[in-house]
Design a protein around this ligand. Structure first.
Ligand SMILES: C[S@@+](CC[C@H](N)C(=O)[O-])C[C@H]1O[C@@H](n2cnc3c(N)ncnc32)[C@H](O)[C@@H]1O
Length: 211
């Protein structure tokens, strides 16, 4: 191999490695911040009530936004045979959820992803479940507004201020003996023009025991 050809080949090799390295460095690197809401699991009887309220069907794709230990998507897959995805920013919650999938044999139906909810696209989902705080729910509205028509959103304890729920349910869990308020919305979301339209306050007190 003459010197010119050898120099050319070294040049091509160096350029190729620079491209590979450059591509890797350009790949978006997601920094994770601390959770916006601390972990508190929804009692299982309340999870069941939320799934019933959302009228889950076998062909639904259910997303739990801030999935904790994955109980919502695990129970949805076990009870209804539907697919699910759980998202959480906390790596410990992600590991706990994946362990929960393994224990319950639903790994083929459910996936768990470490992600910041604010960066996600929810358009594939038929049902979203949330147990977050009102200000976080509110920040997610632009993402909710892109959902397919007829998608259901079910919220635990804090609904979507400024929007009219289809249904509000007050339950008392047999597990913690505490009151829980559930809110169901269907897309397109209906803004509240008249405050009397709110179908119950967004934070209200429990009135009935859940069976
Ligand atoms: C109140 S817990 C609800 C857990 C579960 N959905 C349930 O109902 O049992 C809220 C969860 O949201 C997660 N979380 C908080 N901020 C988040 C964010 N920005 N992105 C993803 N997950 C987040 C927390 O780590 C926590 O597990």
């Amino acid at each position: 191999m003459n010197r010119t050809r050898k120099a050319l080949m070294i040049g091509i090799a160096l350029a190729a490695s620079a491209c590979v390295l450059g591509g890797a460095l350009r790949r978006p690197f997601q920094e994770f911040h601390t959770p916006d809401v601390v972990y508190v699991g929804t009692p299982y009887d309340v999870v069941s009530a939320m799934l019933r309220m959302a009228r889950i069907k076998k062909d639904d794709l259910v997303y739990d936004l801030g999935c904790g230990d994955g109980r919502m998507v695990v129970l949805a897959a076990k009870k209804y045979g539907c697919r699910g995805m759980g998202f959480d920013i906390d790596p410990e919650r992600v590991s706990a959820s994946r362990e929960n999938l393994r224990r319950n044999g639903v790994e083929a139906l459910v996936k768990i992803v470490r992600a910041d909810l604010m960066t996600l696209d929810f358009r594939e989902a038929d049902v979203l479940s949330l147990y977050l705080l009102p200000e976080i729910n509110e920040k997610l509205v632009p993402q909710f507004e892109k959902l397919k028509p007829g998608s259901r959103l079910v919220f635990h304890d804090y609904g979507l201020e400024g929007f009219k729920p289809d249904k509000t349910l007050h339950v008392i869990s047999n597990e913690d003996n505490m009151g829980h308020t559930l809110y169901l919305y269907t897309t397109p979301l209906q803004p509240i023009s008249d405050p009397a339209d709110a179908n119950g306050a967004i934070r209200s007190s429990p009135v009935s025991r859940h069976e």
